[in-house]
Design a protein around this ligand. Structure first.
Ligand code: FE2
Length: 283
């Protein structure tokens, strides 16, 4: 085994043919605990009334969009769709109502920064052929028991488009992910068919440039992993996850990385950085 995080020739071959690979025990318990504990504190300190109104009223599209856009350089809290009752109030404690927190944990919060900019993450990206890898967004995803919503089939390159396309998703399981609590599912090899649509931002907000194709659910395979495993996802891989109908949460930390050497960040992407993000490097 060479540098930690570096993929072997076999792993690279598997990634290239399947469009994803699972790296077991990628994160150590200490790193996972630090991230889970810090998120617990952030959620405890978060006042839901500060943002609940934004998400509980469908007509407030502009406020919702602005909160989303500004989250690129902040730590922002996003609720589950099913979190609110008809009265606009949370139906259950805030701890069980959040869908995700994002999108700059990797820059702002030390526990997340430590893992995100670790040598093993950097080495992984260099072994995938990146020349100047940059993390464009990070998300802490809760997939709450009972209400953790589905994520419909998509490709990450739709949301984080560079010319040529270079997005890779790094999905770290902070808890065991199973078919019962809403693990990832993917269509192996689907990354070879190219990008099917883009998610564009303009003065009216964000939208896809075309409808999603329909997919045959029989083509998806579940990616069940233990806490600490990292799923590396090709930017063109079709993947999804279902609702969490179990009583166990399924916390995950996800990063999306693009190359900034010889690649152009598309101006139509939802993320428009004011401050240029730092590239990853191996120290
Ligand atoms: Fe994704």
């Amino acid at each position: 085994m060479g540098i930690v995080g570096n993929l072997t020739a076999d792993q690279l071959q598997s990634f290239n043919s399947q469009g994803y690979i699972v790296l077991e025990s990628f994160a150590v318990d200490e790193d996972i605990d630090a991230m889970v504990r810090r998120m617990d504190q952030l959620v405890n300190d978060f006042d839901p009334s500060s943002t609940a109104s934004i998400f509980s009223t469908k007509n407030q599209q502009k406020l919702t969009d602005d909160y989303f856009f500004e989250s690129a350089e902040k730590i922002s809290f996003f609720f589950e769709e099913k979190a609110f009752g008809d009265d606009g109030k949370l139906k259950q404690p805030k701890q069980l109502s959040l869908n995700k927190v994002g999108h700059a944990l990797h820059e702002i919060e030390p526990a997340f920064k430590k893992f995100s900019s670790s040598n093993k993450v950097s080495s992984l990206m260099f072994s995938l052929g990146y020349k100047r890898p940059v993390i464009m967004q990070s998300m802490y995803i809760f997939k709450q028991p009972g209400i953790g919503g589905e994520v419909v089939p998509h490709q990450d390159n739709s949301f984080l488009y560079t010319e040529p396309q270079t997005c890779t998703g790094l999905w770290l399981a902070l808890e065991d992910a199973t078919v019962l609590n809403g693990c990832l599912w993917a269509i192996p090899g689907s990354h070879k068919k190219g990008l099917v649509r883009r998610f564009l931002r303009d003065e009216d907000g964000v939208k896809f440039d075309r409808p999603s194709p329909s997919y045959d659910q029989k083509d998806f395979v579940p990616i069940e992993v233990k806490a600490g495993s990292l799923v590396v996802i090709h930017g063109d891989l079709i993947h999804q996850s279902f609702e969490n109908q179990s009583q166990k949460s399924r916390h995950a930390y996800s990063l999306h990385v693009v190359d900034t050497d010889g690649c152009q960040w598309a101006p139509e992407n939802w993320i428009k950085r004011k401050v240029e993000p730092e590239p990853l490097y191996v120290s």
